[in-house]
Design a protein around this ligand. Structure first.
Ligand SMILES: *[C@@H]1O[C@H](CO)[C@@H](O)[C@H](O)[C@H]1NC(C)=O
Ligand SMILES: *[C@@H]1O[C@H](CO)[C@@H](O)[C@H](O)[C@H]1NC(C)=O
Ligand SMILES: *[C@@H]1O[C@H](CO)[C@@H](O)[C@H](O)[C@H]1NC(C)=O
Ligand SMILES: *[C@@H]1O[C@H](CO)[C@@H](O)[C@H](O)[C@H]1NC(C)=O
Length: 835
């Protein structure tokens, strides 16, 4: 009996242990993991936007940057390309990605959706889903709900089978169902509300052991947690008191569209927004994106989303640290973590320090205290008094005081170095061969019908390209033939781009934009007496990913199509017989692949076509030495697609120049995606990432398909390298090192901050481009001396840094042989060249 009791007791113990281990839960304050409330820093890395070979390094750099969690969407159209046929290999190896996160000791947040938006083709939905009879996406619709549930179950069961949920010892602590459904619900009303309840119940019913969130949806049903997405979320409160304040998408920048300028977001403002979220009680923040990566192949959505999904993220498209953003956020995360034990213990008390200034003070039962001092003033410094000490707060900034006394971090004072990157051209060019595609290509798959067809209905997105071909008979009596005035051809298209060929000659091109994909071609064309061939090449540039029932939006030439300036006046061609052909001849022959590329006769040497529309190019090349990321400079080309060893690098379109206002922007003041732009008047995207892992040491096949006409000899392979590094440090700038020295009693007053400079591994500082201790002005790359300048500034860096991989110089008069201007607030600005 006694033994039974002991055994029973042990059983109870283990049960209890199991239950404790099992729980990821939440309360008003935070997500609770194994009984502990946590302040969690998370970052989005979308696995198909990089290669499996890049994943370990991305995850390592995320951890080094202070992240606890990696967040990703699940991309349905990548995993179920045909109904019931699943794919989880290569870039879609979700299990491997989650296991790598676990190996790195991080948690995972799995946003199953399965609607992803994400500027991803069709928002992540497979195109076949649109053609399920009776379907209507993301609403109270039986066929849609059945498909959504089936895929969600598939993913959840796969994760369970692999033991990847937290209660199984795996890294997944959170999940998401649906995505940004609030605006949809507002738009669609009652059926949407019913659907949202169904989605929450369905997800919770899958018993994953982890909380489900529904982002950007104020009425997310219990127990799902409604969370915030945006540039700022400090204003946000969850819909129930017992839910934690979570920010699922802190936008680190913004996406690039073809034809748009490239947005960036200053690190000071991003850090400010995060500090404000934490100070107002937030306990989970996810950077969208932490690594944006690349829309390889035809995965970009939109339409018109660029191939680069860099997003101005802390890790750039190529997987390199974007400094100072990466380093500044790392410093922010360390400061927040120092406050964690106090932050999770309760709500702050808020003290006004001035008109635009506030202190948020957190205390715990054992006497811990942490404070955030915020200055919301967009233009002015503020001198504030907090607990009998004076603090100087730069405009639009938050200072973090983990002990309510000493500042370790201010969001507007960047202590991390800034790195300037360059694209270094490889010396050897390409020996091109070319092949001209055909405007009149009929085969077994060509079909004819009366009238104009919707594009996606015909292509099912098997290709970007759909040919619309018809004949036009011109009578020899047409007056325009005699007068020499040509008729006008008009074609209305639902999008997205259109090339008009008359008798095999390109007559013109029109294309839309993300804001307005609809287009009209209206141009004078050369027609001759007799039969004329009109071939319209209609191009989809990524399928829409957002908007009410975006699945119903059309593409292609829907008409009317007409000729005007004939004897009869206008002739409507819309209702005559048209022939259709999905894809280009070169696509059907798989010219991009190793096996298919030899199926046609290519020309070489002086016969290679240049500035010729519809041209294929191929060349072979050896992999460059080193491990720097690689890209193709496509600036001499127009629009098309590019492949390396049969793998699609993506769509390129340097001919589409960036519209926008690229004047300089200040970090201070509310940010939006139009505020800070670059590349105006230049290609929206010039460089296209070629993953190293797709290359063999020798003989790699590069294939380019050019639609408009370009100069292939202008294409080059480039390495992405560090050109220079900068530091820009104020006297008495808060630093973690100084704080730790004081807290541990090693220092009695703040230590002098240091300018830390570090070239990438294997590269050393070769020269000093700029150095000034005093009152220098400008930013990295454009520093200038101010009225106060220590004369030996250059000497100091020449002596300490040149020839070294990294170095550090204290911002202190002793180092610069005295104070060049006592009683003036000084700083140290420096830029050194790495080589
Ligand atoms: C209170 O905060 C202090 C300072 O961060 C910390 O050392 C201590 O462990 C915290 N106490 C509790 C009960 O969490
Ligand atoms: C798509 O095709 C179907 C039949 O295949 C037709 O009923 C429908 O009207 C087409 N949609 C459009 C927009 O052309
Ligand atoms: C660009 O933006 C700046 C700052 O907002 C403004 O001063 C300037 O007038 C704008 N330029 C154009 C051409 O719109
Ligand atoms: C680069 O610096 C390291 C020390 O940081 C030194 O050992 C190495 O010799 C230097 N290399 C060159 C080429 O100057």
């Amino acid at each position: 009996m006694q033994r039974f009791c002991v055994v029973f007791f042990l059983f109870l113990l283990s049960l209890c242990f199991c239950l404790c281990k099992a729980s990821v839960s939440y309360d008003h304050k935070a997500i609770i993991i194994n009984g502990q409330r946590r302040i969690l820093i998370s970052g989005s890395i979308h696995y198909p936007r990089s290669t499996p070979e890049m994943w370990p390094d991305l995850i390592k750099k995320a951890k080094e940057g202070g992240l606890d969690v990696i967040q990703t969407y699940v991309f349905w159209n990548g995993h179920e390309p045909e109904p019931g046929k699943y794919y989880f290999e290569d870039r879609y190896d979700l299990v491997k990605f989650i296991k790598l996160i676990k190996e790195a000791g991080l948690y995972a947040h799995l946003r199953i959706g399965p609607y992803a938006c994400a500027e991803w083709n069709f928002g992540g939905f497979p195109v076949w889903l649109k053609y399920v009879p009776g379907i209507s996406f993301r609403t109270d619709n039986a066929p849609f709900k059945a498909a959504m549930e089936k895929f969600t179950r598939h993913i959840v069961y796969k994760m369970k089978f692999e033991g990847l949920y937290e209660n199984q010892g795996g890294p997944i602590i959170l999940s998401q169902i649906e995505n940004e459904y609030g605006p949809m619900e507002y738009e669609l009303g009652d059926p949407a509300r019913a659907y949202s309840k169904w989605a929450a119940n369905m997800a919770v019913g899958l018993k994953t052991g982890v909380p489900w969130i529904m982002c950007k949806q104020d009425d997310a049903p219990d127990p799902t947690i409604n969370t915030c997405n945006g540039f700022y979320c400090d204003y946000f409160t969850p819909n129930k008191y017992y839910k934690p304040k979570m920010w699922t998408e802190a936008w680190s920048g913004w996406f690039t569209e073809f034809g748009g300028a490239v947005p960036y977001r200053p690190a000071e403002d991003l850090a400010f927004s995060v500090a404000k979220f934490i100070q107002t009680g937030g306990s989970f923040i996810n950077y969208y994106m932490y690594h944006g990566g690349t829309n390889f192949g035809r995965t970009a959505g939109g339409p018109f989303i660029a191939t680069s999904y860099d997003y101005d993220a802390p890790l750039d498209e190529f997987g390199l640290k974007r400094e100072a953003k990466w380093g500044h956020l790392k410093d922010l995360h360390r400061a927040i973590k120092l406050c964690e034990p106090v932050l999770v213990s309760g709500d702050p008390s808020v003290i006004s320090l001035g008109h635009y200034q506030k202190a948020y003070v957190y205390k715990n039962k054992t006497g811990g205290c942490a404070a955030f001092l915020a200055n919301d003033d967009k233009s002015a410094f503020a001198k504030v008094n907090f607990q009998d000490k004076h603090y100087n707060l730069p405009p639009w900034s938050v200072s973090i005081l983990p002990d309510c006394k000493n500042t370790v971090f201010n969001t507007a004072r960047v202590g991390a170095q800034t790195t300037v990157m360059q694209m270094t051209r490889e010396p050897t060019g390409f020996a091109w061969q070319s092949y001209n595609d055909e405007t009149e290509y009929y085969d077994d798959n060509t079909f004819g019908t009366v009238g104009l067809l919707e594009q996606l209905n015909v292509t099912r997105d098997a290709s970007d390209y759909l040919w619309y071909m018809t004949d036009v008979k011109i009578d020899a009596n047409e007056r325009f033939l005699v007068r020499g005035e040509q008729p006008t051809f008009t074609a209305l298209s639902a999008g997205h781009a259109l090339h008009v060929f008359i008798n095999g000659q390109l007559s013109g091109t029109v294309y839309g934009s993300l804001e307005n994909p609809k287009i009209t071609f209206n141009g004078v064309v050369n027609l001759r007496a007799g039969l004329n061939k009109i071939s319209l090449l209609s191009i989809a540039v990524g399928l829409p990913n957002i908007g009410p029932h975006f699945e119903t939006w059309n593409a292609g030439v829907l008409g009317p199509v007409m000729l005007s300036g004939l004897n009869e006046g206008r002739r409507d061609l819309s209702w005559q017989k048209w022939s259709y052909k999905v894809g280009l001849k070169g696509e059907i022959l798989s010219l991009h692949s190793l096996s298919g590329s030899s199926s046609v006769e290519w020309v070489q040497g002086s016969y290679v076509a240049q500035k010729q529309p519809l041209t294929w190019y191929k060349a072979t090349f050896d992999a460059p030495s080193g491990d720097e990321p690689l890209a193709l400079d496509m600036n001499s080309m127009g629009k098309g697609q590019v492949w390396v060893n049969g793998q699609s690098i993506g769509r390129y379109w340097p001919a589409y120049k960036a519209k926008g206002n690229c004047s300089t922007c200040s970090y201070a003041g509310y940010y939006d995606e139009k505020k800070c732009l670059s590349n105006c008047g230049e290609a929206s995207q010039r460089w296209y990432h070629v993953p190293r892992s797709w290359l063999n040491p020798r003989g790699n096949l590069l294939v380019v398909f050019e639609e408009l006409g370009g100069i292939p000899y202008g294409i080059s392979l480039v390495k992405r390298e560090v050109y220079s590094v900068c530091a820009d440090i104020y006297e008495w700038q808060p630093s973690l090192l100084s704080y730790q020295a004081q807290v541990s009693g090693k220092a009695t007053k703040p230590l002098r901050p240091k300018a830390h400079l570090s070239c990438s591994p294997g590269r050393n500082v070769s020269s000093v481009k700029f150095a000034s201790y005093g009152t220098p002005e400008g930013g990295c790359g454009s520093f200038q001396q101010g009225h106060c300048h220590a004369k030996n500034s250059y000497d100091v860096f020449n002596k300490i840094c040149v020839g070294q991989e990294s170095c550090a110089v204290a911002v202190s008069p002793e180092v610069f042989k005295g104070d060049p201007c006592p009683s003036v607030l000084k700083k140290l600005s420096v830029e050194v060249i790495c080589s």
